[in-house]
Design a binder for this molecule. Structure first.
Ligand code: AMP
Length: 281
């Protein structure tokens, strides 16, 4: 396994792989790897001849006052995990090389970014779409692997890839969870023991949402949303950014509880913002 910092060197290797006709799987991450990331890497390893992992804490997707500076960066641990997952290349570029002076080109998918996390994190999805487009151009994968935990991000990347004709197949991967259901996230490391226990209520709430829908007793999404909000509040979660019932493709709010749908939650536990979702087909 090789660790590469320079864009040019990554491009050279991508060019070589292309000339050799190798299939390339790519997993973009911000590092602080956990079993969720590993599941993406394992799938990439199983489906491709070459696997590239990027580790880059992308400043463009953090708003002012967000956790860019304190985001965990355990590079040695990450590279050990990458090696054991069979990664060929770890691409760990410097922010200054990806965003040099005078950088001014951005990728946006406003129709999908306008709801859910969009209003709470202005500029976030523009930062995500831009860095993923740049990384696709540098790594030139045939397949790229994204987690369903970040559902809105996944839909924006799918849209961007299709709209801009990137020759990349986006592979959605199921959310990997702790034994109590909490979706694995690099940000879980910020939680105290008591907060960690509270965090498990997010998935419990999503599951109760699923049961309520399947019981056919509810009249409307508003009805469901207010029940779920109350459940979160009763679990000690004081700050709820949103609970939403959305169409799984357009991400628009639904007017009825007809499937397919996705229930999406974003809450704060102390100073940590956590998101999760559940899809009902
Ligand atoms: P991040 O490093 O948080 O930007 O995540 C990198 C990729 O891993 C994204 O595609 C995430 O959706 C995915 N991911 C993060 N957490 C999980 C999880 N618990 N299960 C599956 N995929 C995940």
């Amino acid at each position: 396994m090789k660790i590469i910092h320079a864009v040019k060197e990554m491009q050279n290797i991508a060019g070589l792989w292309q000339r050799e006709g190798k299939s390339v799987g790519f997993v973009p991450t911000m590092g602080a790897l956990h079993k969720g990331h590993l599941s993406l890497l394992r799938k990439a390893r199983a489906e491709n001849e070459r696997v590239a992992l990027s580790i880059f804490v992308n400043p463009a997707q953090f708003g002012p006052g967000e956790d860019y500076l304190r985001y965990p960066r355990p590079l040695q641990r990450d590279t050990n995990m990458a090696k054991s997952a069979g990664v060929d290349i770890v691409f760990n570029p410097k922010a200054g090389e990806l965003y040099p002076e005078f950088f001014s080109t951005w990728v946006e998918a406003p129709a999908l970014a306008k709801g859910l996390c969009g209003p709470f994190r202005p500029g976030h999805f523009r930062g995500v779409a831009t860095i993923v487009a740049k990384l696709f151009n540098i790594v030139r994968p045939g397949r790229a692997y994204f987690g369903m935990k970040d559902y809105q991000q996944l839909k924006i990347i799918e849209r961007m890839t299709s709209d801009l004709n990137f020759p990349v197949k986006i592979v959605p991967c199921p959310t990997v969870r702790e034994s109590d259901g909490l979706a694995m996230s690099s940000r879980n490391a910020y939680l105290s023991q008591a907060q960690r226990a509270t965090a498990a209520k997010i998935f419990e709430t999503l599951q109760s949402g699923r049961s309520l829908i399947e019981s056919n007793k509810l009249k409307s999404p508003e009805n469901l949303i207010s029940l779920l909000r109350r459940r979160l509040q009763n679990s000690g979660i004081r700050k709820i950014d949103y609970v939403a019932v959305a169409h799984p493709e357009t991400l628009d709010d639904l007017k009825s509880l007809k499937k397919p749908l996705v229930i999406v939650i974003a809450v704060w536990i102390g100073k940590t913002r956590l998101i999760d979702n559940i899809c009902l087909k």
